[in-house]
Write a protein that binds this ligand. Structure first.
Ligand SMILES: [Zn+2]
Ligand SMILES: [Zn+2]
Length: 443
């Protein structure tokens, strides 16, 4: 820890406490004492994260994980590598959590607890880009940047471990499996990773933004996501005698057309929803009307209320259209009681805190207000339980070739952003614990 940061921590903290308790959080962030403290902390952290050996080490981790991608709940060697690195640092951890997950702890071991999260899983995609550290596993690839998320969180662990004696509580490091299938966060929560946690932070690299830009927004950020499968049954027969059959293909077709009207005719144009039918299956021969047809799709909204209303209408429309054509329909929704993934809703106070930390690390000019968008992220499941914030970290750099979107076989990242991600994680956790401990209104 730098002398400057240490002296500020010792001198400013008691003074800050007196001032802070009378201010709102928004005001307290403008408190010059806190600003000085946070910017000194951010300065120290970014300097440490950018030390050449730390950068080289983070790149090495990202590349090793990239070479050996593992799908949801199969992240055994990824998890083993994470544990090895935590062992090297002397960070304690719990394992296995949710089959392959690792949960590290740094700090006093006492409340408050603040959590940082990285996801570990890869995708069933064949990497097409030729480079030194290309995926060694056919048909599997880190095409969503989760390899970078792990390297950044391990980088943050190294920084926080160095600062451990100054942490005003405990940092929980969540390395979770299975983000891509939407199950990882749910299992981690069932195994208690959020017990006593007051706040959580997570980030995602994204090629939409230039390297070093961070983007987020308060409130609803990413959409909630659900899926459905409808089996429409009729009566099979010879296609030359349709009067002797009940045609499920026709019922499926009119169902698909009518589903489009829910968004275009029943929704306020200023409200945002999506219904997309993505699979249609039925029949095997040109001259046979089949017994049944199946349609599968997804739907997205930004509120739980809209989510359930939309789900109800999807069921009504498919059943109604099937009945018009004398068919019956059975509809299954993924997740009986809950959406597959709820909307990602950032807590306004934590968002503001992260924004100020980000501004200190990447500068005001590189801190953007992101628009809401229809993608989904299982970090949302944590945000249903505790206050937190999620942000996007730009990795777009033409020279690094990192111009392809997530889930693309040419996807890659600009590795020069690894220290930025590590620094944001570490600075947020450190300063959150300080705020929590010193500001009664932050409880
Ligand atoms: Zn993804
Ligand atoms: Zn992802």
């Amino acid at each position: 820890m730098g002398i400057l940061l240490l002296s500020i921590l010792m001198v400013v903290t008691p003074v800050y406490f007196c001032c802070c308790v009378q201010l709102s959080f928004q005001e307290s962030c403008l408190n010059p004492f806190l600003q000085e403290l946070n910017s000194s902390l951010a300065e120290h952290v970014i300097r440490f994260a950018n030390e050449p050996e730390i950068v080289t080490w983070m790149k090495m981790i990202r590349r090793k994980i990239h070479e050996n991608p593992e799908l949801a709940f199969e992240e055994f060697s990824t998890s083993s590598m994470i544990r090895h690195e935590l062992d090297q640092m002397g960070v304690k951890y719990r394992w296995p959590v949710a089959r392959t997950g690792v949960v590290g702890t740094i700090g006093s071991g006492s409340p408050p607890f603040v959590a940082l999260r990285a996801d570990m899983d890869a995708l069933p995609i064949q990497e097409m880009r030729e480079w030194e550290h290309k995926s060694q596993v056919d048909g599997k690839m880190h095409a969503c940047g989760h390899d970078a998320h792990i390297a950044m969180l391990l980088g943050a662990a190294k920084i926080l471990q160095q600062l451990r004696n100054h942490l005003q509580g405990t940092v929980i490091l969540i390395f979770q499996p299975a983000e891509e299938n939407g199950e990882g966060a749910k299992e981690m929560i069932r195994e208690g990773v959020l017990d006593n946690v007051s706040a959580i932070f997570g980030l995602h690299v994204l090629n939409k933004y230039s390297s070093g830009t961070v983007a987020s927004r308060p409130g609803p950020f990413l959409a909630g996501c659900g899926s459905f499968k409808a089996v429409i049954r009729g009566k099979g027969g010879h296609a030359a005698f349709p009067q002797e059959s009940i045609d499920p293909i026709l019922a499926a077709s009119t169902s698909i057309i009518s589903l489009q009207n829910i968004v275009s005719r029943e929704t306020d144009p200023l409200d945002s929803k999506v219904v997309s039918v993505t699979i249609m299956q039925g029949g095997d021969e040109f001259n046979i009307i089949p017994e049944s047809a199946t349609i599968v799709g997804t739907f997205r909204t930004f509120s739980r209320k809209n989510f359930y209303a939309l789900r109800k209408r999807i069921e009504e429309v498919i059943k109604g259209q099937s009945a018009v054509h004398r068919c019956s329909a059975e509809i299954e929704f993924d997740g009986e009681e809950h959406p597959t993934l709820p909307p990602t809703i950032n807590d306004e106070r934590i968002y503001e805190h992260v924004r100020q930390i980000s501004r200190m690390i990447v500068g005001e000019e590189n801190t953007e207000l992101a628009p809401s968008f229809m993608g989904s992220e299982d970090f949302a499941v944590y945000l249903e339980k505790v206050a937190g914030s999620f942000l996007l970290l730009g990795v777009r750099n033409e020279k690094a070739g990192s111009v392809y979107p997530p889930h693309n076989p040419y996807h890659t990242i600009d590795e020069d952003v690894l220290p930025i991600g590590a620094a944001i994680h570490a600075t947020f956790a450190f300063s959150y614990l300080l705020n929590f401990t010193k500001c009664s209104h932050y409880l």
